[in-house]
Write a protein that binds this ligand. Structure first.
Ligand SMILES: [Zn+2]
Length: 270
């Protein structure tokens, strides 16, 4: 997490406290003076407080104990209160679900980008273990060298049980084809995200030039106030015994998948 984001959050906390304080001052003033002018002050401050409500969502929520099933993608987002459906106008392909604490900051970021003609529509948000397994097994094929097969799939796709998409904190936006980011639209969108996504809590985790892990993904952004809790608890709770149940899973430990891929994220800019 960058200093900018932390200071942004602290500033928001400060501003929320200030608004609360000012509201009370205004309320006391109006009780003493009983004038319409003070009531107008209350109304304008109340309006400001509700306008600023988006920023209060950047306060880090508390996740004391995340069950292993959530870390591994073993749930059904359609009937689980940890996830909410993303309104269809924000999705480019199909109905998507997302972690409940990520929707509002995502919409705030989407709307800010839309004002500059940028479409941050979602391609993929939460993915369950079973969905990831389906994607994985489609790419897997039998070979005398299963590690080589698995390594090539791991260029862009996570093993089931190791994807940040299980957490609902990470989203693929705009377009997942490399050549999109060579177009004017792609370049402009990516530059906007690099300049502004952190203001909303979102970070590119698969940046260029990392020593391990997936290749660069300009479309994949992570809401770090929540994702960092999942990361922390993944490290504490998940072992290679949990990474099983799909083709090639026996290679996970030899390929150091947890360390190199789950934790092979950007450590410089986040
Ligand atoms: Zn992704």
């Amino acid at each position: 997490m960058t200093k900018t984001a932390y200071s942004h959050r602290h500033w928001n906390l400060y501003m929320n406290k200030m608004n609360f304080f000012l509201l009370h001052i205004a309320l006391i003033t109006s009780l003493i003076s009983c004038t319409g002018a003070s009531n107008n002050t209350i109304e304008s401050i109340s309006a400001k407080t509700s306008e600023d409500s988006i920023v209060s969502d950047t306060i880090i929520p508390e996740y004391p104990d995340i069950a292993k099933e959530y870390l591994l993608g073993k749930f059904n987002p359609q009937n689980d209160t940890m996830f909410v459906k993303v309104p269809s106008q924000y999705c480019l392909l199909r109905v998507e679900y997302i972690h409940k604490d990520v929707l509002e900051p995502f919409i705030a970021m989407y709307e800010a980008a839309a004002k500059e003609g940028i479409n941050l529509g979602i391609i993929s948000a939460v993915r369950t273990f079973d969905t990831q397994k389906w994607l994985w097994n489609q790419r897997y094929y039998n070979s005398s060298d299963p590690k080589a097969v698995v390594k090539s799939i791991l260029s862009y796709l996570a093993m089931p049980g190791t994807s940040r998409h299980h957490w609902g904190t990470d989203i693929d936006m705009m377009n997942t084809k490399l050549n999109f980011f060579e177009t004017e639209e792609g370049k402009k969108s990516y530059q906007w995200l690099k300049d502004h996504a952190a203001e909303f809590g979102f970070y590119q985790v698969y940046t260029a030039g990392r020593p391990t892990g997936y290749k660069e993904e300009k479309w994949h952004w992570s809401y770090m106030p929540v994702a960092k809790e999942f990361q922390k608890q993944y490290r504490e709770k998940i072992t290679y015994k949990d990474i099983t149940g799909f083709n090639g899973s026996e290679t996970a430990e030899d390929l150091n998948v947890i360390e190199d891929y789950v934790f092979g994220t950007d450590t410089v800019n986040i």
